[in-house]
Design a binder for this molecule. Structure first.
Ligand SMILES: O=C(O)CCC(=O)C(=O)O
Ligand SMILES: [Fe+2]
Length: 361
């Protein structure tokens, strides 16, 4: 039998000196006779981190339609629910959000078609520069993390300027509409969260300059894996923005950290999985935590997920809201930092949140 690393389609270091000579996971899986994973994809979980157990709790569900309700009791009830979900979980399912199911499906289908494009089409976007508005890649830099992850991805800056690949046909249009609709929902949700923090409805909107907010569209492809217990799709991490909205094809794989354990997420159909990001943790002075999560892989089917990150504008200097800081009892837990600088720092393989932390929260 051929060794697992034979027959790979290599990314071209000759055509782009910044791209390491390596394959995509998709090309690897499509190589004949792949029955085991190459050793550099073999991931050893931190021994202190347990495997996910079967959930004995359910992820909270937030009914978005109640946030826009004219009945003040319904609105204050859902704001209480949001507060609890952000405090206790940092992750929730958003239901009745009004974004059509057909649009969500069209976006996931578009991602599938994008990943099915010929390698040279995708490789046009292969680059290590984090500020390239469209970026295709696989795993992570082996120099930083020492191994590859079982994931190919495309990341696109979609706001304040909208960028998008022009292939496959129609992908840009449906994604543009999807990003616009999710941005509207995120802004409404952030008004509710602002109120839940006791900051007033418009504080986050104004302080984070959401009119020019940075929005990132990230699609992940996790091909089926012959040895899923050895590989990792995305290792444990937190997201940098204020809120991330995640959808997936019908295949699960997301796990979140909850009460010190990994929790498998089985979302309700047609819901958004929403999580609070690092900048909500900073802004709330640690009241709402940015929860660690990861994506595991399986040997049954290819998984696709689409994460849309909603952040402040890149020039916003984010600091804890002054109303949430009290000099003695609750001092500022984070140093102010411009979102753009945060992203630059984070790219070096370090977690920026730890770098700007002043006191435990
Ligand atoms: O695929 C998933 O479930 C998680 C994706 C994710 O965490 C991310 O793209 O930041
Ligand atoms: Fe994430």
């Amino acid at each position: 039998m051929a060794p697992a690393t034979q027959g790979l389609v290599q990314t071209s270091a000759e055509t782009n000196p910044h791209v390491p000579n390596r394959t995509t996971v998709k090309a690897l899986v499509e190589s004949p006779a792949l029955t085991s994973i190459p050793s550099n994809y073999s991931y050893t979980t931190n021994p202190n981190e347990s495997d996910a157990s079967d959930p004995d709790e359910t992820l909270p569900a937030i009914d978005f339609s109640l946030l826009t309700s004219h009945d003040p009791h319904q609105r204050s009830k859902v704001i209480q629910d949001l507060k609890k979900a952000c405090q206790d979980w940092g992750f929730f399912m958003l239901v009745n959000h009004g974004v059509p199911e057909s649009l969500m499906k069209a976006v996931v289908d578009g991602c599938k078609e994008f990943f099915n494009l010929p390698m040279e089409e995708k490789m046009k976007f292969a680059d290590k520069d984090i500020w390239k508005p469209i970026k295709f890649g696989t795993g992570v830099d082996i120099k930083v993390e020492k191994f590859y992850f079982w994931r190919d991805f495309i990341k696109v800056f979609v706001h304040p300027q909208f960028h998008f690949p022009n292939k496959p046909k129609g992908f840009s249009e449906v994604s543009g509409e999807y990003c616009k609709r999710t941005r509207e929902v995120a802004r409404e949700l952030l008004q509710g969260i602002s109120e839940a923090l006791g900051l007033g409805e418009t504080y986050i909107e104004k302080a984070m300059d959401l009119e020019s907010g940075f929005q990132l569209f990230a699609a992940n492809l996790y091909p089926q894996c012959p040895q899923p217990e050895l590989a990792m799709g995305i290792p444990a991490h937190t997201d940098h923005g204020l809120l991330t909205f995640l959808i997936q094809n019908e295949i699960g794989g997301l796990q979140i950290q909850h009460n010190g354990k990994w929790f498998h997420v089985n979302p309700l159909p047609n819901s958004f999985l929403v999580n609070t990001g690092d900048h909500l943790q900073v802004l709330s002075n640690g009241k709402y935590k940015s929860i660690r999560h990861r994506a595991v892989v399986n040997n049954k089917d290819t998984r696709i997920s689409v994460a849309v990150v909603h952040g402040p504008s890149l020039d916003t200097v984010v600091s804890p809201a002054p109303e949430l800081v009290k000099s003695e009892s609750c001092p500022a837990a984070y140093m102010p930092m411009k979102y753009k600088d945060y992203l630059n720092f984070q790219h070096d393989g370090k977690r920026c949140l730890d770098h700007i932390q002043l006191t435990a929260t």
